[in-house]
Design a binder for this molecule. Structure first.
Ligand SMILES: Cc1cc2nc3c(=O)[nH]c(=O)nc-3n(C[C@H](O)[C@H](O)[C@H](O)COP(=O)(O)O)c2cc1C
Length: 183
């Protein structure tokens, strides 16, 4: 192995250094809902790049394993604007200055569980940065939903949106840009 390859490896072992990993930042929360893992991938990358605390939004029910049956159930819930009950959690919004809020795009909007979260917690005064994944239809009205449902929040309408949960250097740079004023 060449020295150019050995040196970064050795440094990372000695100093716990990782190319994209930021030091933990207890004032940043990365909350997300993910049904099939794509938004979760992005959430993990954002937590890695920001040092934020990762928080998975979970609903207190299970959906059918079969994809098309599940889609039918979800579409009905979306149609009725049903807000699923969330599993009991321990987040205290007061602990955070910045909240990255992630969701898959469902029928051009944020997912119902994220709506449940916004109904449950008072995030007034918090800077909320939405991020969404979709399957080609774009962010739709998802950022507007966050702005409409998060009373008194400072919502960053220039959030992150991508197809299929891709991550990479562009995402890391975007995160660093978002948090540059927070130490
Ligand atoms: C009920 C439902 C509705 C969806 N509606 C849209 C949509 O309007 N536009 C789109 O591009 N993708 C749509 N999708 C696809 C998801 O947004 C996409 O697969 C997303 O990356 C999944 O994220 P997840 O793996 O974190 O759940 C929908 C998926 C489901 C289950």
């Amino acid at each position: 192995m060449k020295i150019a390859k050995i040196l970064p490896l050795t440094l990372s072992v000695f100093f716990g250094w990782h190319a994209n990993a930021a030091a933990p930042n207890p004032r940043i929360l990365v909350a997300y809902y993910s049904l099939t893992g794509k938004t979760e991938k992005v959430a993990r990358a954002i937590a890695d790049a920001s040092g934020g605390q990762l928080y998975r939004i979970m609903v207190d029910k299970s959906y059918p394993d079969d994809t098309s049956e599940r889609r039918d159930v979800l579409e009905q819930e979306i149609e009725q604007n049903y807000l699923p009950v969330l599993k009991v959690t321990q987040i205290n919004p007061e602990d955070y200055d910045i909240i990255f809020l992630g969701s898959p795009v469902w029928a051009n909007h944020i997912s119902q569980p994220v709506k449940s979260l916004l109904a449950k917690y008072n995030l007034k005064g918090k800077r909320v940065i939405p991020f969404v994944t979709h399957s080609g239809g774009g962010r739709g009205e998802s950022f507007d939903d966050v702005a409409a449902l998060c009373a008194g929040c400072i919502v960053d309408m220039d959030g992150w949106s991508n197809w299929g949960g891709g991550t990479g250097r562009r995402l890391t740079k975007w995160v660093q840009q978002q948090i540059k004023d927070v130490d």
